[in-house]
Write a protein that binds this ligand. Structure first.
Ligand SMILES: NC(=O)c1ccc[n+]([C@@H]2O[C@H](COP(=O)([O-])OP(=O)(O)OC[C@H]3O[C@@H](n4cnc5c(N)ncnc54)[C@H](O)[C@@H]3O)[C@@H](O)[C@H]2O)c1
Length: 287
């Protein structure tokens, strides 16, 4: 059970991103209240965070001489009273995000900073559904959040100066750099990256090349750090499909419609790294 007196940062959603953001914050010495409505996700997150903290320190990505902050888990947003900053990282569904953010806003009060880690839903669309639209700002922490030090920040039309200041304080404590962009479906990174991942999956479906060969070409010829299909697996194929749908619904562009190959993998439960199989097989998964 959370002790609100000692809490200042909360992360809602203990999946791929919520876990990585919690690792980053705890590893930076912050106490974090991690919320998920699925107790199993919270239990798994505890193990993942412990592993990620060791990994991040080994890589020099988090300070080895900072005592990690306490991580408190809970299934109830009611435990967030007293928290001043909340990062939302739940499924990429607008109505679910708006509902959870509203519940959170009602508990934490109007002075708190609310941050959505959506991949593609415009911040203004979510802000319009909140009691205080100025309270919301977008971040696009990349995966793994504890290793990547640049964050895409999305300032909505309504986002207040106090909210921007609250986010800057958090990013400063996390030692993260920001690039601020205007609100738009998919912002910059998802708008550019997601259709490429979709096309890469389509090429595999059309048997133009295997996943390994698509990735080998993009890494070896074009200098990508990992290939698009390994990246898709790391993101989570369910989240990728949801994010593509969010982009399609807002742009009408066919290239954002998730291809059959991607949808078939999601239907079969092959969600990528987090489920142990996707375009690749993973013997041990950590998130
Ligand atoms: N996966 C990535 O690489 C990536 C990168 C950047 C941004 N994002 C965005 O971050 C957000 C989270 O993505 P993810 O990949 O971590 O998703 P995920 O599917 O791994 O995890 C989502 C978590 O949210 C929880 N959840 C769902 N509804 C909830 C509710 N009502 N209350 C509390 N918890 C709830 C689920 O139980 C789950 O544990 C999405 O908006 C996604 O688009 C993802």
């Amino acid at each position: 059970m959370a002790d609100p007196e000692k809490s200042s940062l909360a992360v809602v959603g203990a999946g791929v991103m919520g876990t990585g953001i919690t690792t980053l914050a705890a590893g930076s010495g912050l106490r974090v209240v991690l919320v998920d409505n699925d107790q199993a996700a919270l239990d798994k997150a505890r193990h993942t965070i412990a592993f990620q903290l060791r990994h991040a320190r080994m890589m020099g990505a988090l300070p080895a001489d900072t005592e990690p902050g306490e991580v408190v888990t809970t299934t109830s947003v009611d435990d967030l009273s007293g928290v001043d900053t909340v990062v939302e990282a739940i499924f990429e569904h607008k109505d679910t995000k708006a509902k959870v953010l509203t519940e959170v806003a009602n508990v934490v009060g109007e002075d708190a900073t609310l941050i959505t880690n959506t991949s593609g839903i415009p911040v203004d669309e979510l802000a319009d559904l909140l009691p205080q639209p100025g309270q919301l700002v977008g971040t696009h922490f990349m995966n793994p959040a504890y290793l990547i030090d640049l964050v895409e920040v999305v300032q909505g039309r309504h986002t207040s100066a106090a909210t921007v200041a609250g986010l800057r304080t958090l990013l400063g404590r996390l030692n993260r750099r920001a690039v601020v962009v205007r609100d738009s479906p998919g912002f910059v990174t998802s708008r550019l990256l997601h259709p490429m991942l979709n096309d890469a999956a389509r090429l595999v479906g059309e048997q133009v090349a295997t996943a390994e060969d698509v990735d080998a070409l993009m890494v070896g010829c074009l200098g990508h750090r990992t290939g698009p299909l390994r990246t898709a697996d790391l993101i989570g194929l369910d989240n990728l499909a949801d994010s593509l749908v969010a982009l399609y619904e807002r742009t009408g562009e066919q290239r954002y419609l998730p291809c059959d190959q991607l949808l078939a993998k999601v239907r079969d439960g092959d969600l990528g790294y987090k489920s142990g199989s996707g375009f690749y097989q993973y013997r041990e998964t950590l998130s």
